[in-house]
Write a protein that binds this ligand. Structure first.
Ligand code: ATP
Ligand code: HSE
Length: 310
């Protein structure tokens, strides 16, 4: 269940008085998603998404709304925030930070492999997103960078078996010598998994869930996408999808000469990041907290394959 806060009709009507979006016709809870309460909001002016933020503190949210506002103005299909009559995109509803954003068309392909056309569209769009973020004026270092990984790994030590602790420590030692901050970079999505991309036919009509976005190496973002879209069940890279993703990306953003040699280092660190994230969710599920645990084993498998260059 992903609607944690129920919004009454009178509360919604009061909230909408701040906007120029017409009168509410229907409010329908969205069952997908785990972190926030999301609703389809139908008004006499169309359909929108109403999000009540259940995890992020209010002062952390404007960056993400400003970023999607910016990327959307640059032609990236992402949820453009609606502004109140006084110009704010972040508001409060039922005591929670809340926003109304554009409702994008399309469906995710979650549950099946991408086609070559879809993966090429994704590679091209990711490059376009990276370039579109270049002029975005706000800086926000990736909160899940190397320091986050070291801290998370340290907390996990008593909960993992010696072999997994060894793999993580060994990978961190390797990554400590890779200076991805020297690679070309800027704004990255950092979580562009299949459930965060909407397609209409084989065209991408939306990218959502920018709440892990920040500044980091662009090649790292491509690696997050490659691991999450192009891994076979045994964790190896799909021999057709992975090159298709790469070729579409580099056609739209030609790489600098020092990037390609670090491809596997980026695939490895991207795998480690999501293995740690999932382990953290499993072992530090706080009572009452809203956490959803995806299978850490999937990313352990992916990391082991990437460490072998597969
Ligand atoms: N702007 C949008 N346009 C269309 N559909 C959207 C939009 N935002 C969210 N959705 C729909 O709502 C679902 C849940 O959204 P989302 O994945 O952002 O959930 P969340 O709980 O905020 O984040 P997470 O999935 O990371 O926990 C999506 O799978 C998608 O179907
Ligand atoms: N995409 C992440 C969850 C964070 O949204 C995962 O699959 O572990």
């Amino acid at each position: 269940m992903s609607v944690y806060t129920n919004v009454s009709g009178p509360e919604l009507a009061r909230f909408l008085q701040d906007y120029d979006l017409g009168k509410a016709l229907a409010l329908t809870g969205i069952s997908a998603g785990v972190e926030n309460s999301n609703y389809f909001l139908d008004t006499d002016q169309g359909r929108f998404i109403l999000t009540l933020f259940e995890r992020l503190p209010a002062d952390k949210i404007p960056y993400f709304l400003d970023l999607t506002d910016w990327l959307s103005s640059q032609g990236i299909p992402c949820p453009r925030p609606m502004h109140t009559c006084s110009g704010r995109s972040l508001n409060t509803l039922c005591g929670k930070p809340a926003a109304i954003v554009q409702c994008l068309q399309g469906q995710s392909i979650e549950g099946r492999a991408a086609t070559l056309m879809e993966i090429r569209a994704l590679g091209a769009l990711l490059a376009k997103m990276h370039k579109a973020g270049e002029e975005f004026p706000q800086r926000h270092p990736n909160p899940a960078g190397f320091a986050w990984m070291e801290t998370t790994a340290r907390h996990l030590v008593p909960h993992l078996d010696p072999q997994d602790n060894w793999i993580i420590a060994d990978e961190l030692a390797y990554q400590s010598q890779i200076h991805r901050e020297t690679l070309p970079g800027g704004v990255i999505h950092a979580d562009l998994f299949p459930d965060n991309v909407l397609f209409t036919g084989e065209q991408i009509s939306g990218t959502i869930d920018f709440y892990y976005a920040g500044d980091d190496a662009w090649l790292y973002d491509l690696a997050v996408v490659a691991n999450s879209w192009c891994a076979l069940p045994d964790g190896k890279l799909d021999p057709a999808l992975s090159p298709a993703l790469w070729e579409a990306y580099v056609a739209a953003r030609p790489l600098r000469v020092d990037e390609a040699p670090l491809w596997f280092a980026m695939l490895r660190v991207a795998a480690l990041r999501f293995w740690l994230l999932r382990l953290d969710a499993v072992h530090f599920r706080r009572p009452g907290a809203i956490t959803f645990c995806k299978d850490p084993e999937e990313y352990r498998r992916i990391l082991l394959q990437r460490r072998q260059g597969l």
